[in-house]
Design a protein around this ligand. Structure first.
Ligand code: ADP
Ligand code: MG
Length: 230
């Protein structure tokens, strides 16, 4: 089990009271499994990813990532778990404007202490795996299309060889055809690398490509029949 969440409740301050963004959520994702979380804006999808990614600590409940119970870790260990075992692709791309695609990944390897030779080789291997050729690997973000930038984001999230890949609205800024390609790519990476992948989306068009679909509504998560949403 790469991700196990049990009874997870998360609240935010909301004036005099608290807003319940996650309400007793149970969620399991195994290695090699591509899971989608759908739901309206404001239903709690990004909050779910933030807790799964150990960026937020829930008020109640337990989160286990790659066999490690997160609540038993101190801050330093939690940071290391996030850095080494979890790949996160945020809703807003945070590529560095001055760096080429290859350099974005090499920097991510550097921050994780990978040796220089391995960093360059791994950057090339991952960028090829997400479908970017050598010319594209040498381009900076403004020289790439939205779909190509999203591929760089995904490749960068895989630098550490994570067990868990969390992706927030990867198709939000893409047209229909490019959205389908990105979802297919996430499926292929999930299978080939044994990742446990969670894709948050409000785009119901490409759910045939995922293994399981969950719906978030007012902080409550439930699994749904794929055929009823796609
Ligand atoms: P989604 O990703 O499905 O749009 P979010 O997880 O971002 O939903 O938000 C769930 C709810 O929590 C929303 O009502 C949102 O306004 C609220 N919320 C999200 N982040 C914060 C925050 N940092 N502080 C207070 N409320 C928040
Ligand atoms: Mg969101």
């Amino acid at each position: 089990m790469s991700l196990l969440m049990r009874g997870v409740t998360l609240t935010y301050p909301d004036g005099a009271s608290r807003l319940r963004a996650l309400d007793a959520v149970d969620f399991t994702v195994n290695g090699g499994e591509f899971s989608a979380v759908v739901g309206r804006s404001g239903s709690g999808k990004s909050s779910l990813l933030a807790v799964a990614g150990t960026l937020l600590t829930p008020d109640e409940g337990g989160v286990t990532v790659a066999g490690t119970p997160v609540h038993e870790l101190d801050d330093a260990c939690r940071t290391r778990l996030r850095r080494d075992r979890i790949g996160i692709v945020f809703q807003q791309s945070n590529l560095i404007a001055a760096l080429t695609a290859a350099e974005q990944l090499e920097l991510a390897g550097h921050l994780r202490g990978h040796p220089r030779r391995d960093r360059a080789r791994r950057a090339r291997e991952l960028l090829a795996a997400v479908g970017l050729d050598e010319a594209q690997q040498s381009r900076r973000p403004h020289q790439l299309s939205g779909g190509e930038r999203q591929r760089v984001n995904i490749a960068r999230a895989l630098v550490a060889e994570p067990a868990l890949l969390l992706v927030d609205e990867p198709t939000a800024a893409l047209d229909e055809e490019r959205s389908a390609q990105i979802v297919a790519l996430l499926g292929a990476l999930t299978r080939d690398r044994g990742l446990a992948t969670v894709m948050v989306t409000h785009d119901l068009a490409h759910l045939a490509a995922v293994d399981r679909v969950h719906r978030m509504a007012d902080g409550r998560l439930s699994e749904v029949e794929q055929s009823t949403v796609a």
